[in-house]
Ligand binder design. Sequence first.
Ligand code: C2E
Ligand code: MG
Ligand code: MG
Ligand code: MG
Length: 275
Amino acid sequence: NAKEEGDGYFRYYKPNLLPLIAEKMQLENGLYKALQENQFYLQYQPKMSSVTGELCGIEALIRWNHPELGFIPPDKFIPLAEESGFIMEIDRWVFREACRQNKAWQDAGLKRASVSVNISARHFYQGNLKEMITEELQATGLEPQYVSLEITEGVFMRNIEKVIETIQHLRGLGIQISIDDFGTGYSSLSQLQRLPISDVKLDRSFIRGITIEDKRSSIVRAIIELAHSMNMRVVAEGVETPDEADFCRNLNCDELQGYLFSRPLPASDFEKLLA
Ligand code: C2E
Ligand code: MG
Ligand code: MG
Ligand code: MG
């Protein structure tokens, strides 16, 4: 009877919840092995100058090819890695691999462009981002002006003084700093004024299907004008259609990124864009 099986609450939830918890544990436990056994790899997506139409930057994006579960998107495992702290190891690996690859492209005589690496906000509070960056730049031989770090607005939530000090130090080395997914978090442009940021990446929710009549267009216009007045560039993310690209160009957005130009590509295919 019901009493022996436990109450209805458990009978109802157990079958649905357990596989989720099991999968989460499987992924979390698998992260360490993934790094040891080279299950991670990077794809690269170009950023295009909205003025010249040329490639002007490269974003590195992590991929996980799990031996049993197959492809796992970063939105699924990066949050787990952030929870457990293992993100520090992953960020270092991504940074090293992206720098190594960009240096190899440069040494092969391909176009020189800066490579952007997504760095968890956690790396700005804990651990030693400055040392990690210096060590890996030295190990790979890539010059700092060819490196950019993308951080989300979450970085403003805590220990703002340490964050500012770290960003200033990195800018001093010649590294660029971008605010990723701008407009979705809690920061404001006035907060950005305190930080030596190179550019803001407008979140793709502002770009999708946008037209001049759209309410969002006055917000986008204001963000771009303010960013420019603070000497920051603006990158539009998630540009998928020619209309979206025209809209961004008309508002003087500096760079465009999205499926319209290219999906993220494996290194061997990305090389052709640089050649
Ligand atoms: P993000 O840094 O904002 O990256 C942009 C995401 O949008 C990427 O998804 C990219 O593939 C996707 N995207 C690019 N163009 C378009 C487009 O035109 N339309 C649409 N619908 N999507 C587009 P992805 O690679 O799945 O990465 C998701 C997020 O995971 C990233 O967002 C970033 O926050 C995180 N992430 C990815 N790689 C890394 C990494 O190496 N380290 C860390 N810490 N986070 C990473
Ligand atoms: Mg990014
Ligand atoms: Mg983004
Ligand atoms: Mg994102």
